[in-house]
Design a protein around this ligand. Structure first.
Ligand code: C2E
Ligand code: MG
Ligand code: MG
Ligand code: MG
Length: 278
């Protein structure tokens, strides 16, 4: 009896495991195919400068335009892409596409804005990362000063010494570096002096309940003051309400990003917005 149970348990786990493995293999194959068949698309979410009251830049956000499932958000496939190293070709495709887009807007006579691109830990740790960046800039013709790389705390803490060297090299060719999702990871304040960040993005988790939640409001004020003392610009992400905008503007936050100003948009919609706003 106990043996039966053991066997059943065993086969149960094997089946569940096989099923997970199969799903994963299909998704992995689907992801490869997505890249081959050009099913990825980049949306762009504006960042609004509270001082100049203009769009300072956009952030490239990847979506997968699946033939049956429609637009799939990145949280569904970036983790697997990261596990399987597929993030390297996918990430390079995003870099290439977004830099080409930024250059195309400039050539079309639109006001020049920054292009922020999310960089995953695997990309950042790749020994050829800076070659990839240099190549993409050359291919697109985009000036380095318009490129802004968003990295998370988790990505830099894995190998801080080497990442600091890589980021400093990129910074020296004029690229901007942003600390993304600040406050959600193992935020160590020492990172702020150790890495050559230009911008600090406060994670939306700290923005959603301001100004009513006094604890969050205090946290946000403290982060803004601290970032400014390190000469970093502060971007608040996930800004959805007028009350949040007022609080952030009153308290010297530099830029806001979120559904209040604009959702992530297809490139053509960004063009219209740029013409209207800047
Ligand atoms: P992230 O870089 O922190 O991007 C912000 C996310 O918050 C985006 O989700 C954006 O659509 C969403 N968001 C913006 N404003 C608001 C708001 O007002 N309210 C709420 N509730 N959400 C808002 P998205 O596009 O689903 O991307 C999720 C994450 O996927 C990104 O977080 C980023 O870490 C990752 N990701 C996206 N594109 C890429 C990429 O090309 N490469 C890599 N490595 N990661 C990417
Ligand atoms: Mg980001
Ligand atoms: Mg973020
Ligand atoms: Mg975030």
């Amino acid at each position: 009896d106990a043996k039966d149970k053991g066997r059943n348990t065993f086969s149960f786990y094997t089946e569940a495991f096989n099923q997970r493995l199969m799903q994963r293999l299909t998704l992995e194959e689907d992801l490869r195919q997505a890249l081959r068949l050009a099913q990825f698309v980049v949306y762009y979410q504006p960042k609004f400068d509270l001082h100049s009251e203009q769009i300072s830049g956009v952030e490239a956000l990847l979506r997968w335009n699946h033939p049956e499932k429609g637009l799939i958000p990145p949280d569904y496939f970036i983790p697997l892409a990261e596990d399987t190293d597929l993030i390297l070709p996918i990430g390079e495709w995003v870099l290439h596409t977004a830099c080409m887009q930024a250059k195309a807007w400039q050539l079309a006579g639109l006001p020049a804005i920054n292009m922020a691109i999310n960089v995953s830990p695997k990309q950042l740790h790749s020994p050829t990362f800076d070659q990839t960046i240099t190549r993409v800039l050359l291919q697109s013709g985009l000036d380095a000063r318009f490129l802004d790389l968003e990295v998370t705390e988790g990505a830099v803490m894995q190998d801080p010494d080497n990442i600091a060297i890589t980021l400093t090299r990129l910074k020296n060719i004029g690229i901007r570096i942003s600390m993304d999702d600040f406050g959600t990871g193992y935020s160590s304040l020492s990172y702020l002096k150790r890495f050559p960040f230009d911008n600090l993005k406060i994670d939306k988790a700290f923005i959603s309940d301001i100004p009513l939640d006094e604890g969050d409001a205090t946290l946000v004020l403290t982060i803004i003051a601290m970032a400014h003392n390190f000469n970093l610009k502060v971007v608040a992400e996930g800004v959805e309400t007028q009350a949040q905008v007022d609080f952030l503007a009153r308290n010297s936050c530099d830029e806001i990003q979120g559904y209040f100003f604009s959702r992530p948009l297809p490139a053509s919609k960004v063009e219209q917005l740029l013409k209207k706003t800047n």
